[in-house]
Every structure is written in C-alpha cells, then in structure tokens.
Design a protein around this ligand. Sequence first.
Ligand code: AVJ
Length: 322
Amino acid sequence: MSGIEIDRRLPEDFFTAALRDDVLKGLTADPKWLPPKWFYDARGSDLFEEITRLPEYYPTRAEREILTARASEIAALTRAETLAELGSGSSAKTTLLLDALQAVGTLRRYDPIDVSEAALLSSGAQLQKRYPDLTVHAVVTDFEERLAIPESAGPRVVAFLGGTIGNLLPEERSVFLARVRANLRPGEWLLLGTDLVKDPATLVAAYDDAAGVTAEFNKNVLRVVDRELAADFDPDDFAHVALWDSEAEWIEMRLRARRALDVRLKELDLTVSFEEGEELRTEISAKFRREGVESELAAAGFALREWWTDSEGRFGLSLAEA
Ligand code: AVJ
C-alpha cells in the first residue's frame, strides 16, 4: 500500500469534452490544427519515451546533463521543502532533484501535477519506494487551464522540465507563467527547462528522426481522434512534416495529406475535407535564447537567478525566484 494522496481536479467528462472542443475548433479552422496534448495516450506516451532515446533527440540528454551537474546547487540555493513538478510524466529526472534536496535535509514533499492519473500513480509508487519518508501529493489536472499548485509551509520549487513550455504559443506562455507566479509566494522558485535556438539541421533532425519514431508519434494523434470520436482517419494517408520557422524560432510538426480525402467524425457529426498536399499543424516546439527567457520570466514576475546550459550549449535550465 502506498500513501500517495490524489487530488482530482478534472471534471468527469474532461477528456471527451476537451477533445471534442479542440477537434471541432481545429479541424474547421483554416489552416487546420490540433493541439499537441492529444498525442499522449498510452501508445503516444510510449512513443515519446522512445523519442527521448533516439540519437537525434538531444533535449532529454542535454537537460539530464545539466540537472546532474546542478542539482546540489539547486538544493543549496532553494532549500525547498516541496518539489512540485508540472507534467511529471516519468520520474527519471525527478530523482536527481529529490536526491539533492534530501541531501540538504529540507525535503518533505513531492507534488506531481499531471493530466494522467495513471502516470501519477505509477511514478508516485516508484518514488515512494525510493523515498519512504516522502509525502507524495499528486494533483490530476490540466495545468494549462486549471493550474493548482498545492500549498505547503516551507518554500516550494516548481519544476517544468523537458522544454514542454515550448509547446505553448507565446501568448499562452505568458498567461501560463503568470499563473505559476500567482500560485507562489515571494522567495519561492521556478525551475524551467527550455530548448535553445541552434542550427536548423540539428533541430529538424530531432523532429524527423531516421527511424521514423517521431512520424509515428505525430500520426498517433489521428489514431486518438479515430478512437475517441469514431473518426476514420487513415494515418497512412498523411506524411510527417517537421520544419523550422526561422522567424518565429520554433519547430512545427504537421501532417500533410498525400491525396484529396474526406474524413468522417461520427461523434461530432462532421465531415472534414483535405486537399492533396494540405497540412494540419499538430505541434509547435519553440526554441529559446537566454534574453528571451529572462524577459518572459520578468514579465510574469520572476527574477532569473541562475542560467545553466549543457556543455554543448543546446539546452537551458533557468532557476527563477518569485
Ligand atoms: C514534450 C515538449 C519535450 O517538443 O520536443 C518530441 C515533444 N514532439 N518530439 C518537444 C516532442 C516531437 C517534446 N516535448
């Protein structure tokens, strides 16, 4: 038996209702789009894990290198009682932080926050084995829409790792960062991972790997829509596209219709037509520079206290104070 407390903040029909809204809005828009959060059913989460091990996909390894080098500095600076983690997913990087906070002796709680209760339960159970004295207070929520970081007596560090902030549009990022700030008291902390601008070939390869895993991941959103909304997308009708937008400084993933086709979405009583070559945008993954991160943090009421990169300067980790 584990002592994980679970705080469920999502309405009963959240998944179906939110997916219906997003699909209706996105597939009737011009150009068509779908938000990236719908990649992550069980198969999509497995594919993402596989992506993190690909030779071309450097962000996970680069961020782990930084955390390995800096975790004890983070612990010494923050002396946090609580580590709250947004989009906790798998717990590999978390243990680096928890070990360091335990070594300085301040750690009491780990508060993972994720939309997936299954992910929270499995990583929470693993962590409780490794840290038997740790209180694990998991929150099931959509942190874009209903961010709720649990209260705690001592200082909290909120970790948002992996570069996931890059999946938000600039306007969404500023709303999100302001909400994080509003959840914190002065003197508490945000630990933010951001992938950095670099040569386009390296960036594009990371989102268009030779083994085709990212292509499968991208097409997985069609399988999710098929299953949840009784639609008849055939993933083979679409080609995976990854491109670098040098003006916006983000990678875009798209699905390009190989032929003209109609898709029927029974649950929405909707038919959507694609022209040959028409593209559906499925993800943006923004890449950052130090100055941009610092000013976005400042606009949300955070002061950048530390900025670290990996040895090759590919990925940035910010420690910011509320
Ligand atoms: C979940 C934000 C870390 O944007 O790099 C990986 C998702 N998409 N390959 C990213 C992703 C395509 C990933 N993050």
